[in-house]
Design a protein around this ligand. Structure first.
Ligand SMILES: *Cc1c(COP(=O)(O)O)cnc(C)c1O
Length: 393
């Protein structure tokens, strides 16, 4: 096959789609201050209002429950810190989460620990899934917040969110979920799923970087994030990023327009890749085979070093990832792969291929053609592989 360019790192970020780009460009010239009384400001306000409607509709929320932010990290920080502060006033200091959250959650929880909060991180087991009975057992008298991601960014496993939501609601515990990876890949209904707070990021769903939202259910009290003007009902002040918000609204509408057909199309390609890649000896799939995002394949190849694998793939025009982008550059293996019980040396040889609706069968076959010889080449130079072969001779 001729050299191609294959972008298979959509879990890290996505390309801005054409319709979203059109909205972005057409609203960059909408400059009136939305808070002004004159007509020009009103036009800007209308743009923001309609984006808010698109976002609310996408997750079955009310427009009053949507707060625009700068993205996933900010939304996660706000949800946790904002709720912790309310908990403190009520004498509650226990937060439950999982061991394989995104760093936007985990590092915020580390910070809360330094502020005197207790944090329980639930195990996610070999399949990358939390167990409801373990959540129930972890709850204390002073548990005020459960934050569990909807779908994992590295291994793509989808948590039993509706069950967790129902349990938290019954027990009066606030439930936040980081749905950055799930939006557009899983049907989300915040009412039916009893979700109190939910984070979304624009750049994972074909919108620009630097925009996202936090859904906060009516009646949930959390501290305001940015003090200043009256924007976002005074909870997140600052003159709005009109064009990005408009683009984000459009992206939310498009991402949730027809999820079943996206799942049908993309999961077929994902499975084609997984089946092909698992033919490589001493390979394994990370995370549950079925309860995973339609675009996520995460595998380990023993005796291979992830960074070298990525470099050689890149030389062949293939963009993929190993571990998460936030940790690449460090030698620590991914905390997600360690959380599902992999040994350090196995976790080092991981490859995440994250595809989407634009991926073609030719793209998949191209990766499957390039991957085996690259792995063979790396193993031929690897002392670790030599040892594995000797031990299993
Ligand atoms: C990308 C990502 C984030 C961070 O979102 P930003 O908009 O880049 O801040 C948070 N959580 C998950 C699960 C992600 O995949």
């Amino acid at each position: 096959m001729e050299k191609r360019f294959v972008y298979a790192d959509n879990a890290a970020t996505t390309e801005i789609s054409k319709p979203v780009m059109d909205v972005l460009c057409n609203t960059l010239s909408v400059y009136g201050n939305p808070s002004s009384l004159y007509d020009l400001g009103g036009k800007s306000l209308m743009v923001i209002d309609s984006a808010r409607e698109q976002c609310a509709k996408a997750i079955n929320a009310d427009t009053k429950e949507i707060f625009f932010t700068s993205g996933g990290s900010e939304s996660d920080n706000w949800a946790i810190k904002g709720m912790a502060s309310v908990m403190q006033k009520k004498g509650k200091k226990h937060i439950i989460s999982t061991a394989f959250e995104h760093h936007a959650v985990l590092h915020t929880l580390d910070y809360m620990k330094k502020q005197g909060f207790d944090v329980t991180l639930l195990p996610v087991h070999e399949d990358g899934l939390v167990r409801l009975d373990e959540l129930k057992a972890a709850v204390r008298e002073d548990t005020g917040l459960v934050t569990i991601m909807f779908a994992n960014n590295e291994i793509g496993t989808i948590q039993p969110i509706a069950e967790i939501g129902a349990f938290c609601r019954e027990n009066g515990i606030v439930f936040h979920t980081d749905a950055v990876q799930a939006v557009g890949n899983v049907e989300i209904d915040v009412k039916a799923m009893n979700i109190d707070m939910l984070s979304v990021s624009g750049h994972k769903i074909h919108a620009p970087k630097g925009v996202g939202m936090l859904y906060i259910r009516k009646g949930i009290a959390i501290d305001n994030l940015i003090h200043g003007g009256g924007q976002e009902k005074g909870r997140r002040a600052g003159t709005e990023n009109i064009a990005s918000i408009a683009a984000f609204g459009k992206a939310m509408e498009l991402a949730t327009a027809d999820i079943p057909s996206k799942i049908a199309k993309v999961s077929k390609l994902r499975d084609r890749f997984i089946d092909g890649a698992l033919k490589i000896e001493r390979s394994r799939l990370n995370g549950d085979r079925d309860k995973r995002l339609c675009g996520n394949a995460n595998l380990c190849f023993e005796g291979v070093e992830g960074e070298s694998l990525l470099l050689l793939l890149d030389m062949n025009g293939i963009c993929a990832s190993s571990g998460s982008a936030c940790t690449s550059g460090s030698l620590d293996p991914s905390h997600v792969l360690l959380a599902i019980g992999l040994k350090h040396e196995v976790a080092h040889g991981s490859l995440r291929v994250s595809i989407n609706e634009n991926t073609t069968e030719e793209d998949i076959d191209y990766i499957l053609e390039k991957l085996p010889p690259i792995i063979e080449r790396l193993r031929a130079m690897s002392p670790l592989w030599e040892r594995i072969m000797k031990e299993n001779a």
